[in-house]
Design a protein around this ligand. Structure first.
Ligand code: ADP
Length: 181
């Protein structure tokens, strides 16, 4: 599913983000930037030790912030590491932190002249954020960002399961509908 905001495209696809040939893929990292399971582990395994070496030098990244490293052996040019919130029921600032993670990742891409960015579904794995709620924050934040900044030409969400892709498609359909009313 695709949609256009100003001159930029938002794409929803099912896939493995480590195969993405874009300017930057985003990693759902932890605040110690130490690697781990899920998409984080997959990116470090596929990209090689250079990524971890740069992460060690950077040292850490608080929730909602983003940092950038080489993409090592991956097809992408750079990896942007961002840290989403751990879900604690929704009233501990989770939506704001998740929105910041998307916004700061896109801002960092822009600062580095990177025009195509692929995101996984941040926080919806080990961090436990409900997928429908996360999709609303993710897509709403990206749409708002692309309305204000034309430098990013493509944002692709790479969802790891059919169920996740379907959840994102439903929310994007609703958000576009609301925009048109
Ligand atoms: P978090 O700790 O932020 O919840 P996870 O990596 O546990 O991060 O999960 C985030 C999302 O990434 C989950 O929906 C998970 O299914 C998905 N995921 C795991 N591996 C990949 C991959 N290789 N490509 C894209 N998405 C992936």
């Amino acid at each position: 599913m695709n949609t256009v905001i100003n001159e930029s495209t938002i794409e929803l696809v099912r896939g493995d983000i480590t195969n993405e040939r874009v300017d930057a893929i985003v990693n759902a990292a932890n605040s110690g930037l130490r690697g781990g399971g899920g998409v984080d582990g997959a990116i470090h395994r596929a990209g090689g030790g250079e990524i971890m070496a740069e992460c060690r030098k950077i040292g850490g990244c608080p929730p909602g912030q983003a940092v950038i490293t080489t993409a090592g052996g991956l097809a992408a040019s750079k990896v942007i590491h961002t840290v989403g919130p751990v879900w604690r029921g929704g009233s501990s600032g989770e939506p704001e932190t998740l929105a910041n993670a998307y916004r700061n990742s896109l801002a960092l891409a822009m600062e580095n002249g990177l025009a195509s960015v692929a995101f996984p579904s941040i926080s919806t794995g080990v961090y436990g954020y409900p997928i429908d709620k996360a999709a609303r924050v993710a897509l709403g934040t990206v749409i708002d960002f692309l309305k204000e900044h034309t430098e990013i030409s493509l944002v692709r969400f790479v969802l790891f399961s059919d169920a996740d892709l379907h959840a994102y498609e439903t929310v994007l359909g609703e958000l576009i509908q609301t925009e048109q009313e």
